[in-house]
Design a protein. Structure first.
Length: 353
């Protein structure tokens, strides 16, 4: 069991602390008065200045060991995400990197290891997804994240290290760019947006703050385990986009694309490096994808944001900070503008459809 007295100041290590989620975790912990250390391959000039920074990769075992000294809680968020299209590097960073961090955490005798896994480990599973749902990733990123989770679980179990593994749905919050930057920018410009299929499939998101609140609650409750995390208030993706368009006061419309033809076309474009979308995006966007979060709610967790609320808040932040966000030089795939590639053609066609 976790034996963490969270009311006293603890030393936290956030791997990937310059990334989208890692940065938010570091900000949250510093605001709580915690002692925070960040390990990443690049230093964000907007990181919390009270956080100590280690410039290193999770593949550098010696550097990880140094960063782990005196740490009480590890927040392992470092990973290559689908947008990077990293090929074999997915396995190297997401699985082997996790092995190194977990092994060094055991050596440092940390009190709790929090591993950020992924909903991609389930592939296109029947919904609602629970802990009893078989893990069956459908693309290379999901395979790497499943292997990373499994290695973390094996190491933690063998060493009796308390492990909280969270599998978040797609994370949304202020500053999230990438795919959402394209969506927000098109709506801002009154350009039509698209769903794959009828748009009646239900896709669940989670707000970053709700995710952080969830696993910090699990630490405080002494509840190691595997947790699927998403909002409890979501609707069909077509309706979700229509609500966002209405919130934005945009003239955009939601258009439906034929499912099989669209997925096949996107696979071909992806193979010839003409599309920014990764397999995880186009293989799941037209499908139902949501978790059963009742087990977490029974423990006392209640997400503050619905799909509509988190998208509206993130859109408003995007508009308010548009020039700054679009000019960012961030290395993080989720914190920098996405090159639209073939989507530029669709964007042009949308103006006349």
């Amino acid at each position: 069991m976790v034996t963490v007295a969270t009311k006293s100041t603890m030393k936290h290590l956030v791997t990937g602390g310059s990334g989208f989620l890692g940065n938010l975790i570091a900000i949250h912990l510093v605001a709580r008065g915690e002692d925070v250390r960040i390990l990443d391959i690049w230093e964000d000039d907007q990181r919390p200045q009270k956080a100590e920074f280690f410039l290193a990769s999770v593949l550098d075992r010696e550097a990880v060991a140094r960063a782990m000294q005196g740490v009480d809680i590890v927040h392992h968020t470092a990973a290559l995400v689908p947008l990077t299209k990293a090929g074999n590097r997915f396995q190297q960073v997401n699985a082997e990197g996790t092995r190194i961090v977990a092994e060094e955490a055991v050596k440092a005798k940390v009190k709790c290891f929090i591993h950020t896994s992924s909903s991609a480990i389930f592939g296109c599973a029947p919904c609602p997804i629970t802990n009893d749902t078989p893990t069956k990733p459908v693309e290379i990123y999901g395979v790497s994240k499943l292997d990373g989770e499994l290695v973390a679980r094996q190491i933690a179990e063998k060493a009796d290290m308390p492990l909280i593994a969270v599998r978040p749905r797609t994370i949304i919050a202020d500053g999230r760019l990438g795919i959402f930057q394209v969506l927000f920018d098109w709506i801002k410009s009154d350009i039509n947006v698209y769903v794959i299929g009828s748009g009646k499939n239900q896709i669940q998101f989670v707000h970053a703050q709700d995710l952080i609140d969830c696993y910090m609650m699990l630490v405080e409750l002494n509840r190691p385990g595997l947790y699927n995390v998403g909002t409890d208030r979501f609707n069909p993706i077509g309706e979700c986009l229509k609500n966002l368009i209405a919130h934005a006061g945009s003239k955009s419309k939601v258009k439906c694309l034929p499912h099989a033809l669209t997925v096949g076309t996107l696979q071909t474009l992806d193979a010839v490096k003409m599309s920014p979308l990764a397999p995880w995006h186009y293989l799941t966007y037209g499908e139902d994808f949501y978790f059963d979060v009742e087990p977490l709610k029974r423990l006392g967790w209640q997400p503050k944001y619905s799909n509509d609320e988190m998208l509206a808040a993130s859109y408003d932040s995007f508009i308010a900070n548009y020039d700054q966000l679009m000019a960012t030089k961030s290395v993080s795939a989720h914190r920098k503008p996405l090159k639209e590639q073939i989507l530029t053609v669709l964007k042009l066609v949308s103006r006349f459809s």
